[in-house]
Design a binder for this molecule. Sequence first.
Ligand code: IPM
Ligand code: MN
Length: 358
Amino acid sequence: MSSYKITVIRGDGIGPEIVDEAIKVLDAVSHSKDFEINYEDALLGGVAYDVTGEPLPKETLEKISNSDAVLFGAIGGEQWDNLPRELRPETGLLKLRKEMGVYANIRPVKVYDELVKASTLKEEVIRGVDLIVVRELIGGIYFGEPKGREGNKAFNTMVYSIPEIERIAHKAFQIAMKRNKRVCSVDKANVLDVSQLWRETVEEVAKEYSEVTLSHMYIDNAAMQLIRNPKQFDVILTGNIFGDILSDEASMLSGSIGLLPSASIGEKQGLYEPIHGSAPDIAGTGIANPIATISSASMMLKYALGEKEASECIDWAIAQALKDGYRTKDMSQYDAKEICSTSEMGSIIANYVGKCKK
Ligand code: IPM
Ligand code: MN
């Protein structure tokens, strides 16, 4: 029987609640598919600061290096907002991504048929949307030097090197090869030097993937096109901050930001996390949608553990729960037969997993 070791980072706000549901579903699927997962808890974010004085304690990195992958909930909250930047929960997450070397953040956006009417956009615009945002995660303006404050000024630097652009571009083309073979690279090359280099480098990499059609779009236009006609996109390749913004925007195509998973991948262990934040305002109320985290756990099974059938079973179970009208509050606007709590949704999906025939 295969046995895997997962580092579990629950984090702040709704993090612990949604991660618990993902583990419930992972336990159900590992039981039915006959493999074993051992979980080890680790601290990150505000809770890590409260306990250890640092948002990313060393022990967390040590635990990760001894595991197959990391499942992560969310971090952040008002009580830590006034800490110096170095100690903020977000800094812990950025450092973690950097330390793990997870340069490719893969954010699939699929619109579930059952939820087409839950979106704020028209049904004909979003039905059948199936795209992936490939966001560079450990470079760009998030990490560029110099940065800081000086007198009455503050500054950050958007910087990318050719190798950094090449490796994320390769990832996007490789993903496109397994899909509809279209890459749209998003930049601001009409204004920014860094984007000009981005565009030239992506053009070079594209030569190695002659079957893939490459197009370019400026970020402002891409933000508009994503709402106007999202079905035109297959793989969107972009840098750190543009990808951050576009993926939040894209989540609304699906009806709720509580649905979208992500995988962050590098050369070593991957990090699997929902794209949404820690939503402190609803923490502990039992209304958070655990689907984005459960779906991230499914990506972890597929990408990190090679358990493809188990991953497909989770995806099927999520779709089945939605088809049968189970909704958490965030997606209850339309066609809800039963409004369920965070933990009820986890149990319902775990239950469907047991019925999966794959
Ligand atoms: C995300 C989040 C993070 C980011 C924050 C919490 C640092 O918004 O994962 O998209 O900006 O990358
Ligand atoms: Mn974000």
